[in-house]
Design a protein around this ligand. Structure first.
Ligand code: DOR
Length: 336
C-alpha cells in the first residue's frame, strides 16, 4: 500500500498529516481522541506556565466560502497550564491510546516571556516526563495576547529567544527530543532571508538542535464586522484576531516554499494553513513540507478528518502519473 509516513526531525510519523496546536487540543479527552485517530502525531495546545482562561467571548468565528470553512480567532491562549500537558498520567494514557503505538507527542509552549519559556524547559529537564515527550514546539506567533506583540516579528527579541531556547540543556540531555518553532506568516523576501539567517546557525548540521519550523500560525489583525449589529464579530482586542483556514492556504504554501529554499536541509518545514483535503496536503508537500498540520478543519470536522485526508492523499499517490512524496528530499514545484 502507499506509505504516507515521514521522518520529521528524527521522529517517525506513520502519517505525515497531524493536528496543529490550537483547535481541540486543550483537554486530556481531546488529546486522547487525536492519539486514537489517524493523525501522525499528537500536538498539545500551546502551554503557558500557569493555567489561562483566555480572552472574553465571543472570540471565534467561522467564514464560509462555498463548502470551505475558514476562521478568525482571538482565543488568547486558553490552556490548562504546563503541568497538565506534561503530567505522567496524561503521557501514560496517550501512550496507551496511541494508534499506532509509538505515535509522537509534541508539547507546544507559548510562554508570555522568554523567561517563562525557559522556566518550562527547566521543569521539563527536572521531570521524568521528558523521556515520553517527542518534541517541544515553541510558538513565537500568537497574535492574540493583549499587550504581547508577536515575538516572530520582533527580530532582535526573536534572535535572543532562538539562541537561548536552542541552548537549553534539556535538548543536549535528551538528544532525541526534537525542537521546533511555530512561525508567523511573513510577506516579503527580505524577511524570509532574515529569519532563515537566524535559524540556519541552529541547524543540526551546524552542531545545533533545531529540527523543524511550522509555516505558519494564523495571520494576525484580521477583522470581521457584523453589518446587522454594526459591531465587530469578536470582542477581544478591538475585534481583531488571527485568520486561518483555506483563505490563508496559498500564503502558508508560499511561506513553506520560501523557507524550504532558504533553510539548511536538516531543518524540516511543516506546512500549516488551509488543509482540508488530501490535495491540499499534497500541494503543501510539493512546496517543500515534510509534514502537514490541520487546524481549522480539525476544529470543524473533528479528529476523523485525519483519516479522510490521509486516504485522499493516498488515492492521489496511486495516480499512474507522478505522485511521489517529495517533501524534505528537496522537492519543489516545477516552475511553469
Ligand atoms: O491563532 C492563534 N490563536 N494562534 C495562537 O498561537 C494561539 C491561539 C490563541 O489561543 O489565541
Amino acid at each position: 500500500d502507499v506509505d504516507i509516513g515521514c521522518h520529521l526531525a528524527g521522529l517517525h510519523l506513520s502519517s505525515c498529516i497531524l493536528n496543529a496546536s490550537g483547535p481541540r487540543t486543550n483537554t486530556e479527552q481531546q488529546l486522547l481522541e487525536i492519539a486514537r485517530s489517524s493523525a501522525g502525531a499528537v500536538c498539545s495546545k500551546s502551554a503557558t506556565l500557569e493555567e489561562r482562561s483566555g480572552n472574553d467571548q465571543p472570540r471565534y468565528t467561522e467564514i464560509q466560502l462555498g463548502d470551505r470553512t475558514s476562521s478568525i480567532n482571538s482565543e488568547g491562549l486558553p490552556n490548562k497550564g504546563f503541568a497538565a500537558y506534561t503530567e505522567a498520567s496524561l503521557l501514560r494514557r496517550l501512550r496507551e491510546s496511541a494508534e499506532p503505538a509509538g505515535k509522537p507527542y509534541i508539547l507546544s509552549i507559548s510562554g508570555l516571556s522568554l523567561q517563562e519559556n525557559l522556566r518550562m524547559l527547566d521543569l521539563l529537564l527536572e521531570s521524568g516526563s521528558v523521556e515520553h515527550l517527542s518534541a517541544v514546539e515553541v510558538n513565537v506567533a500568537c497574535p492574540n495576547v493583549p499587550g504581547k506583540p508577536l515575538v516572530g516579528y520582533d527580530f532582535p527579541q526573536f534572535e535572543a529567544v532562538l539562541k537561548e531556547i536552542s541552548a537549553h540543556p534539556v535538548f543536549t540531555a535528551n538528544p532525541t527530543l526534537a525542537l521546533g518553532f511555530k512561525l508567523p506568516p511573513y510577506l516579503d523576501a527580505p524577511l524570509f532571508d532574515a529569519v532563515a539567517g537566524m535559524l540556519n546557525p541552529l541547524a543540526k548540521s551546524k552542531g545545533g538542535v533545531l529540527g523543524y519550523v511550522v509555516c505558519c500560525n494564523t495571520l494576525g489583525s484580521a477583522l470581521a464586522v457584523d453589518v446587522e449589529t454594526e459591531t465587530t464579530v469578536l470582542h477581544p482586542k478591538g475585534g481583531f484576531g488571527g485568520l486561518g483556514g483555506p483563505v490563508v492556504r496559498y500564503l502558508a504554501m508560499g511561506n513553506v516554499s520560501h523557507f524550504r529554499s532558504r533553510l539548511d536541509e536538516s531543518i524540516h518545514v511543516v506546512g500549516c494553513g488551509g488543509v482540508c483535503t488530501g490535495e491540499d496536503a499534497f500541494a503543501h508537500i510539493l512546496c517543500g513540507a515534510t509534514a502537514v498540520q490541520v487546524a481549522t478543519q480539525h476544529r470543524v470536522e473533528g479528529p476523523t478528518c485525519f483519516y479522510r485526508i490521509a486516504e485522499e492523499l493516498k488515492d492521489l499517490m496511486r495516480r499512474p502519473a507522478g505522485g511521489k512524496l517529495v517533501g524534505a528530499s528537496g522537492g519543489m514545484p516545477k516552475i511553469r
